[in-house]
Design a protein around this ligand. Sequence first.
Ligand code: NAG
Ligand code: NAG
Ligand code: ZN
Length: 505
Amino acid sequence: MAPSSLRPPRHHPSPLVVLAIAVLLVLRTADGLPEAGGGGGGGGLYREILRDETVQRLKELGKISDGDGYLERTFLSPASIRATGVIVSWMKDAGLTTWVDQMGNIHGRYEPANSTRDALLIGSHMDTVVDAGMYDGALGIISAISALKVLKVTGKLQRLTRPVEVIAFSDEEGIRFQTTFLGSAAVAGTLPESILQVSDKSGTTLQDVLKMNSFEATSTAISQARYNPESVGSYVEVHMEQGPVLEALHYPLGVVKGIAGQTRLKVIVDGSQGHAGTVPMKLRRDPMVAAAELVVTLERLCKEPNSLLTYDEECSCFTEESLAGLVCTVGELNTWPSASNVIPGQVNFTVDIRAMDDQVRETIVTSFSRLVLQKCDDRLVDCKVEHKHSAAATHCDPELTSQLKRAARSTVSAMPGRTVAAGETPVLMSGAGHDAMAMARLTKIGMLFVRCRGGISHSPEESVMDNDVWAAGLALFNFIDQNAVSEELDAGQNVVAVALAVAES
Ligand SMILES: *[C@@H]1O[C@H](CO)[C@@H](O)[C@H](O)[C@H]1NC(C)=O
Ligand SMILES: *[C@@H]1O[C@H](CO)[C@@H](O)[C@H](O)[C@H]1NC(C)=O
Ligand SMILES: [Zn+2]
């Protein structure tokens, strides 16, 4: 793709302007094409904005915290309010018109004159977990602002043919109110009215928190945050991978084909409580060993499902591809009375099952529930399986995904010092939820993942290489350039340019 500066201006230029442009062109080209060695940073790669400034802003935002010595920024907390001011100033610096909606989401938009087209939304979340890293959420917001800033400095912002808007969502992690996606669900218009009454640990309701921060805090006001689906064309999100796949593939960027569906269960195992010294092994009804067996059974079911399915559970959906994202976890286990010399009376544990294929997930859930009853019968303990939560998988739009893939590929092959062959951009599945999941209820979604160190996230150890931050911003810029700066207009302008050039020669 041609660097912006190669495109001639729209109006008839004066000789002085032509000269100035020629000088700029020479400077830009000399400023360092990828191969031009160490010092250069331009060459259409905009290193100063997309890497240096983005990284510096990530660090700055990472210091805005409610915690002392660790990063914590929850929904509308004092640190979130301070962060809002900073993010707004960055959006303005990128040439965007800003506002904060009734759920605390920050918007920065460029509205081209006379555009009748639907908007491209780009976003991620500004809230964090407790003792968080500085990339989760923030990377998606800041790299989007940086990509738009590059559009501004290259004069492309004025040539956008559809509105482009960056949104920093106020809540995705759901730490404060134990309910995820407050921000993006408000924009998608899927929050129930009852949401205003949920309360945080201190008993403060969402409504109180909104009021304390001068929001209207009524369901009518919140519904104003909702976007009309017809006014939105697509939603794109850049996010750190939070997993180890890209690192293992030695690839800085990947596209996401979808976000896994999820089922959460709670298993309650009741046995006979007893004295650890006096009850013979043969006479025990021990819920602990039953639970242990169930945990191992779950692992086996998810590693080699076909080995444990019964005939009527067998599903043509169990292909190698559909099983790829299947993961099962027991993360919490509680025992009663939890003493070293007592055979427990009760053991409870949680089960988290995720898969890209909803049918696969449902089959695993059914099959695990059957195995629980069967194993518990064998051990003479009483078991109950409770369904706590389930969400279907979210699929990314294939066209957006292939556009992002193209943008990622051209970016990676242009990056200096790349260590990978310019192969296909990896296609991943997201095991974690993201704002894109909520936005999928409103519009088509696409996601770009960025490599991180060791797959670590939700930890101060989170780390993304500076050059990968750069690659993410550049891919986003390339994506917008290729998809929101319309071909027709470009072609039209080129015709004018050729005419001008001919007239001048
Ligand atoms: C937008 O429309 C108005 C009125 O129709 C017109 O005067 C103006 O030149 C247009 N602007 C652009 C950038 O096309
Ligand atoms: C297990 O879960 C039940 C139902 O939620 C609860 O009443 C009980 O206290 C839990 N037991 C343990 C050991 O946590
Ligand atoms: Zn996140």
